[in-house]
Design a protein around this ligand. Structure first.
Ligand code: T4K
Length: 359
């Protein structure tokens, strides 16, 4: 029995006193929001850490996706994956577009590029792939299809801060990439997110959209809303960023420890990490049957461990809010996949207890 609950993740948090130190400046200035000095510092420092040109910090990852759709003025069908968190689809629908599901690859769990073109219609305006669990998509294949059919690409990179493709941050691919800084992510600001683009015009447009469509002289020149990040959240991001390299290295070490420990266990499938370097932010395993998954989950709960079924069920099955579009590969994987606990403060003795049970 584990002496404390072991959940699928826990936020990586800097020492409180370091966070409080950053908040002192906020209390002295009284500037809590409106693109304040800490938000600007966080954007600059995070972009430098990831080796990207810019980072537009926003309220959360879902808002980042909505802002990307808005900035590209998309109206029509957006081809996306059914193997994701509901937010990917919520953003598409909230911006008045129609999600069209393209099934996934059974090994990477990412959108299957060989199945995209058959879904393109005269109403298709964009592709929104997800780098599932921080595992980069086949960016070249997706971008080639987009160019051929004159479609925009928005990557849902909610899991992918720290992931690289061809040696550079995966966030700089597509017309815009949107990411999340939620408490459950590798780097967090509690709630938070960001948009990344190498297109200067889009960059300025995203900044205006984030702030009610204001331009620099506070004239309203854009259909905007309130997508701002506060100084309180940016301070947490700055404090946590100091430990980013440690957290990333720790994730990779624990991920590989899981692989070594479970590679002798029959009937388990691991995520195929093909394109680029992932950030090891989640540790998914696929069981031969849903029954086997449920039995294992029950045994793990008995020792106070709480893995999560990401992503179950496959989003295309949410027919209360979506038109039914069968995606057999995604539905099959969704039934048999379980994400084991993986976070900075997870102890080796806790992993060993899980491995002992699963061995
Ligand atoms: N696109 C994709 C592909 C995404 O996965 C997500 C979010 C988004 C877009 C949207 O990004 P945001 O708008 O959320 O920034 C969590 C998160 O709420 C969600 O951000 C995330 N994906 C999704 C995969 O997971 P839940 O319902 O699973 O979270 P919850 O509360 O069950 O937390 C999981 C575990 O984390 C808990 O067992 C304990 C721990 N935890 C959680 C929170 C909130 C903590 O220790 N502290 C905390 O504050 O959704």
């Amino acid at each position: 029995m584990l002496d404390k609950p072991v959940y699928v993740t826990q936020p990586s948090l800097a020492p409180l006193e370091e966070y409080v130190e950053l908040l002192k400046g906020v209390w002295e200035s009284g500037i809590l929001t409106h693109n304040g000095p800490l938000v600007q510092q966080f954007e600059k420092d995070l972009a430098a850490k990831l080796g990207i040109q810019n980072f537009v910090a926003v309220t959360n990852g879902t808002v980042a996706l909505q802002m990307a759709i808005k900035a590209l003025e998309l109206k029509g069908e957006i081809i996306t994956t059914p193997f994701t968190w509901i937010a990917t689809v919520s953003a598409i629908k909230w911006e008045g577009c129609t999600p069209v599901f393209c099934d996934i690859e059974p090994d990477t769990f990412n959108i299957d590029p060989t199945k995209i073109e058959e879904l393109i219609t005269e109403n298709t305006v964009a592709i929104m792939p997800v780098h599932v669990f921080g595992n980069p998509c086949d960016v070249d294949a997706i971008d080639a299809i987009a160019k051929k059919h004159n479609l925009k690409v928005i990557y849902d990179a909610a899991h992918a801060i720290g992931s690289t493709y061809k040696g550079k941050s995966v966030l700089e691919f597509g017309d815009i990439s949107a990411t999340s800084l939620h408490a459950t992510k590798l780097l967090n600001t509690g709630e938070g997110g960001g948009c990344v683009t190498t297109n200067k015009e889009l960059l300025e447009k995203l900044k205006r959209i984030r702030f009610f469509g204001h331009n620099d002289v506070k004239d309203i020149v854009e259909d905007g809303f309130n997508g701002k990040m506060t100084e309180i959240h940016a301070a947490l991001g700055l404090a946590n960023l100091k430990y980013y390299d440690k957290v990333l290295a720790d994730r990779k070490k624990k991920y590989q420890f899981y692989i070594e420990s479970l590679s002798t266990v029959s009937g388990l499938q691991f995520q195929k990490l093909t394109h680029g370097e992932p950030n090891y932010s989640y540790f998914p395993i696929v069981f031969e049957t849903e029954q086997k998954l449920l039995e294992t989950e029950k045994e793990l709960n008995k020792i106070n461990a709480y893995p999560r079924r990401y992503f179950y069920p496959s989003v295309n099955t949410y027919t209360k809010i979506l038109e039914s579009m069968p995606c057999p590969v995604s539905e099959n994987i969704a039934k048999r996949i379980l994400c084991l606990p993986l976070y900075y403060t997870l102890e080796v003795k806790e992993i060993n207890a899980l491995m002992k049970l699963m061995g």
